[in-house]
Design a protein around this ligand. Structure first.
Ligand code: ATP
Ligand code: MG
Length: 352
């Protein structure tokens, strides 16, 4: 291993495939079934996010891929190798968890080079590689300090550097930025994306934050209660949610979901412009940004506002239905006001 390899293709696979495949993976803890027959295929070099609410099984799945947890049945493949029988150290995986656990008594450079020392790389070589990696990640100035003497964002970079220096085939990240403030999280995400692109490492990123998943990923898997509801590119998941769970989990504020009746080309209780919907009752989702207040065939009363910086969420009441809409200039609107509204074509999803 030479120090210059930090800048070339970091993984030592010599072009071997490094995608991850889960085949009918099931896991129980006692009587709790975390998931049943999960199938997933993550492509070589892909930045893939696993997103879902708390307790949906994301960490457990990541730990199974890492070999830290053993599945009850099914198989895990990295590249073309089935790794079921390999321990974590043999899977050539880099991991960064929410609690990234740097060694508090070691300096930054000692932290970064520690995996190489464990691997038996000579100290001088490990040090020069760690230095190069640190420089690349913008923490070259902090090498002689201890983790307690650097900022949270810098600590995060040390954790990333320590995981990357092993030249992993697969990079696993479990909510690595959840401790950071919004500003730092934004730059950390952008930075991760750049590093991931440059190094081309197959990466699985776990988060419960759907906007984070949409913003960084090549593809996203939406997970709820151990079930993979949809896998697709961010745009696809947002614009064509496969089911009600995905539709309501993805998007902020969430989709409005209601029961609607379609007959003779009209709909009630909300009038929508929609062609090709079968007559009868349907479960329908309406994106808040597709409700436009001001004119249209529907009448509502404004019940509340939520100021969100660039936009305002306006709550509308239509009969006993409450709808969220997004407005960019709410200055002319007030609570109790009666307004007309329209639902733009394309903002409506039939969910059943
Ligand atoms: N070692 C364990 N023993 C028993 N139950 C566990 C164990 N680890 C996790 N669980 C349970 O399995 C389910 C899935 O947990 P997991 O940690 O994978 O969820 P998660 O999606 O990562 O949630 P979060 O977003 O809160 O981190 C939860 O109900 C959890 O309580
Ligand atoms: Mg978790």
């Amino acid at each position: 291993m030479s120090s210059s390899s930090v800048f070339s293709n970091s993984s030592d696979t010599g072009g071997q495939p490094t995608g991850v495949r889960l085949e009918n993976v099931s896991k129980k803890f006692g009587r709790l079934t975390v998931f049943n027959d999960v199938n997933l295929k993550i492509q070589d070099g892909e930045l893939f996010s696993l997103v879902g609410p708390s307790g949906s099984g994301k960490t457990t799945l990541l730990r199974i891929i890492a070999g830290l947890e053993v599945q009850d049945s099914g198989h895990v493949y990295i590249g073309s190798n089935m790794v079921d029988r390999l321990g974590p150290a043999k899977r050539n995986i880099g991991m960064v968890f929410q609690d990234y656990a740097l060694y508090p008594n070691k300096t930054v450079i000692e932290n970064i080079m520690s995996p190489l020392i464990v691997k038996g790389v000579k100290k001088q070589e490990a040090m020069s590689e760690a230095e190069e990696m640190a420089k690349r990640l913008g923490i070259g100035e902090t090498l002689d300090r201890k983790p307690g003497q650097i900022s949270g964002g810098q600590q995060q970079r040390v954790a990333l550097a320590r995981a990357l220096i092993k030249h992993p085939d697969v990079f696993l990240l479990d909510e690595p930025f959840s401790n950071l403030d919004a500003q730092l999280r934004f730059s950390a995400r952008k930075f991760l994306k750049e590093v991931q692109r440059e190094f081309g490492i197959t990466t699985i990123y776990v988060t419960h934050d759907q906007s984070e998943a949409l913003s960084i990923s090549d593809r996203v898997a939406v997970m709820g209660n151990g079930v993979i509801h949809q896998v697709g590119a961010p745009k696809e998941i947002y614009s064509s949610p496969a089911d009600e769970f995905t539709a309501t989990f993805i998007g902020s504020p969430p989709l409005n979901v209601l029961n609607m009746k379609f007959s003779n080309g009209t709909s009630s209780p909300i009038q929508l412009h929609m062609d090709g919907v079968a007559e009868g009752e349907h479960r329908v989702g309406i994106r808040p940004e597709n409700i436009s207040i001001g004119s249209g065939p529907n009448e509502a009363t404004i019940t509340d506002f939520e100021y969100a910086g660039r936009e305002t969420i306006v709550y509308l009441k239509v009969g006993d239905i409450e709808l969220r809409s997004i407005v960019f200039d709410a200055s002319g609107l007030k609570t109790g006001q009666k307004v007309s509204f329209d639902v733009q074509k394309g903002g409506v999803h039939i969910l059943d």
